[in-house]
Design a binder for this molecule. Structure first.
Ligand code: MG
Length: 412
């Protein structure tokens, strides 16, 4: 897409981050299946798990009870977010010594523009090896690195090499590299689009390239067709670190198994509200409209909105508002919470949502935790948990892939 000199975009993603930190800190956990997230017997989901746990089919966003059924002997740990944020801050500091053009995508993932480093360090593989080694020296953890001419190729390359990967895809190899990948690596190919492509016998990206844009449009609609057509040909953005003006901010979780238990949904939504609120506070923004998004098992998706009396960045307010929009019904595949109609934060009225919000006893503890996490965020830097501005640039839409769901922050 760019007409200037060739660009080298790096995607760096820590391997099984939370679980890897726990295994690093406690050698007794190394080699064991480690699941970080909710406690078994309780509600909630897996946040991250070690590669040993993945062999049991456990993955992020899986209900914890399902994980426990698959591997009762795994070590189940509660997340230590403040600690992970501190480790992430150290990693961010290492990346900053490499290039100023760093765009954090999540706590353990970032895009870097390393185009200008060739004359300083050497070819992309050397740059990648050097930053991996620097991270290992600084925090004792492995990262997977993908480097290519744009964000799409870099992201797919880093996933491809996991764990501890280093994959460089030069421009002249992009078509071959992508061609051999399953179509599921492309953004927007999820549980809705994948079956359509499979029915057409389109297994790989090379298969997908055999279809004309018109043929593709007839199958998946104009919007997804245009995106897939370009992605299949390696066409994607190579811009890093540029953010468009934000109009909304949301976070969603796709469950590996459809969830009917309203307790799980409530706890998941509470977590999403906390993450949206944290991201909003980092940006100094607040939302006047709260959106609840629910997708049922048949891909039928509903969004409901409620307008607040004033702008809010308060997790409890966002949660209480979104939860008030929920109506129990069919099993849920995906749940999301977003804020829109953004503006400056306004002071919270403590009893505004008292009817639905948490009890004061919880409030105090939660508020202290919020303040503590925010303080870390302040040191950690803006953007710690916030993704790219351009949704097309975001890491592939894993959220729609039932085999490998994960949660992410969406910004549009
Ligand atoms: Mg990671």
């Amino acid at each position: 897409m760019s007409t200037g000199p060739a660009r080298w975009i790096m995607h760096l993603d820590m391997d099984a981050f939370y679980a890897a930190v726990e295994q690093r800190d406690n050698p007794a956990l190394r080699g064991l299946p480690v699941v970080v997230g909710a406690q078994p017997g309780g509600r909630g989901v897996v946040a991250t798990c070690s590669y040993e746990a993945r062999r049991f089919g456990i993955h992020s966003a899986m209900p914890i009870q399902e994980a426990h059924r698959r591997c009762p002997d795994a070590v189940y740990l509660r997340p230590r977010m403040a600690h992970y944020l501190e480790v992430a801050r150290q990693i961010r500091a290492v990346m900053a010594t490499c290039t100023p053009v760093v765009e954090p995508i999540s706590i353990d993932e970032a895009f870097l523009d390393v185009s200008g480093l060739a004359h300083l360090i050497g070819p992309p593989a050397t740059i990648g090896a050097q930053i991996k080694a620097a991270i290992r020296d600084a925090v004792g953890l492995t990262a997977s690195v993908g480097i290519g001419p744009n964000r799409l190729v870099a992201k797919i390359a880093s996933d491809f090499g996991k764990p501890d990967g280093l994959v460089v895809v030069p421009p002249e190899q992009v078509l071959d590299f992508l061609g051999g990948q399953p179509v599921g690596v492309l953004r927007g190919v999820g549980s809705r689009t994948l079956p359509i492509l499979q029915r057409l016998g389109l297994r790989t990206v090379a298969d997908l390239r055999r279809l004309s844009l018109t043929q593709l449009q007839a199958q998946v609609g104009p919007r997804i067709a245009a995106s897939l057509y370009q992605q299949a040909r390696g066409i994607a953005s190579d811009r890093v670190g540029e953010r468009a003006a934000r109009r909304s901010l949301s976070k969603e979780t796709t469950f590996g198994v459809d969830v009917a238990d309203s307790g799980v949904l409530r706890d998941t939504l509470r977590g999403l509200a906390a993450e949206v609120a944290t991201a909003a506070r980092q940006e100094g923004i607040a939302g006047r409209t709260v959106t609840l998004k629910i997708r049922f098992c048949g891909f039928e998706t509903h969004t409901r909105q409620r307008r607040l009396p004033r702008h809010s960045d308060d997790a409890r307010t966002l949660f209480a508002t979104a939860w008030s929009l929920y109506e129990a019904g069919k099993p849920v595949r995906l749940i999301g919470l977003g804020i829109a109609d953004l503006g400056a934060p306004e002071p919270v009225q403590p009893d505004l949502f008292d009817g639905a919000a948490e009890r004061p006893a919880d409030n105090d503890r939660e508020r202290r935790l919020t303040v503590a996490v925010d303080r870390i965020h302040a040191r950690f830097g803006v953007g710690a948990l916030v993704s790219a501005a351009d949704p097309m640039d975001r890491a592939r839409g894993l959220d729609e892939t039932p085999e490998c769901p994960q949660s992410h922050i969406r910004v549009s």
